[in-house]
Design a protein around this ligand. Structure first.
Ligand code: PEP
Length: 249
């Protein structure tokens, strides 16, 4: 059985006052029956981890460098994330791929470093609107999966997030059939590459404008094991609605 996961990506949002949202979340779910993960900006990570220590909520990073240390001004290594209290890291988010020109090989190297450090790597894949309209979605996703996911992946250290770029922060969501088609495709690809045991144990998240009012429908789709949530993870009240929907799914 794959344990369901509600993961929040705060992106470049939040200063000290945002920790009160985490506190509220921890109080709302004293013993969650699903995994809950919040990935705050790096400046808040350690304090966020302290805020939710000994609760059922985990914390993660939003990126890491592929190297363990060295002359990489402004970057953060996987070990540093662990040291700050992370147990997971988001990698290959479309905003990193677009804003920082990250290619699949870079994402794969970062994922290797993350896994070696004991982190769960949440590897993001997803097509642009242009690619969807040209009926290239599955080709694009297939290439991102084979290029970004390292060979050492297991059901424990790998989570895949399907995030159509055009659905992120736009309020647009694919149809449930479209989500199901991509998630079934990803599951199939993972089973073919890693064998049925590992392939079936990797959790698959959907991300892109998940809100309390559409979460239950999305969580009912086959091979959707949870969500990667941006905007609606910033407020405990909104994220709580998504968590409740996932707990019931
Ligand atoms: C994201 O950034 O990963 C995301 C899914 O954002 P939003 O929920 O705001 O669309």
């Amino acid at each position: 059985m794959r344990r369901k996961l509600a993961a929040g990506n705060w992106k470049m949002n939040g200063t000290t006052s945002a920790l009160s949202e985490l506190d509220a979340l921890a109080r709302a779910f004293p013993s969650p029956t699903i995994d809950i993960l919040i990935c705050p900006p790096a400046t808040l990570l350690h304090r966020a981890a302290e805020t939710v220590r000994e609760t059922g909520i985990a914390t993660g990073g939003q990126d890491c460098h592929a190297a363990p240390s060295g002359a990489h001004t402004g970057d953060i290594s996987a070990d540093m994330l662990v040291d700050a209290g992370a147990n997971a890291v988001i990698l290959g988010h479309s905003e990193r791929r677009e804003d920082h020109g990250e290619q699949n090989e870079t994402v794969r190297a970062k994922a290797r470093a993350a896994m070696d450090a004991g982190l769960k790597a949440i590897i993001c894949v997803g097509e642009s609107l242009e690619q969807r309209e040209a009926a290239n979605t599955l080709d694009i996703i297939g290439g991102q999966l084979s290029g970004s996911i390292p060979d050492q992946s297991t059901g424990e250290n790998l989570i895949v997030a399907y995030e159509p770029i055009w659905a992120i922060g736009t309020g647009k969501v694919p149809t449930l059939e479209e989500i199901g088609e991509v998630h079934d495709f990803i599951r199939n690809r993972l089973e073919r590459r890693f064998g049925e045991g590992v392939g079936r144990s990797v959790r698959l998240l959907y991300g892109g404008s998940v809100k309390p009012n559409n979460a239950a429908d999305i969580f009912a789709v086959s091979n959707v094991d949870g969500a990667l949530v941006g905007g609606a993870s910033l407020k405990a009240q909104d994220f709580s609605g998504i968590i409740v929907a996932l707990q019931k799914a």
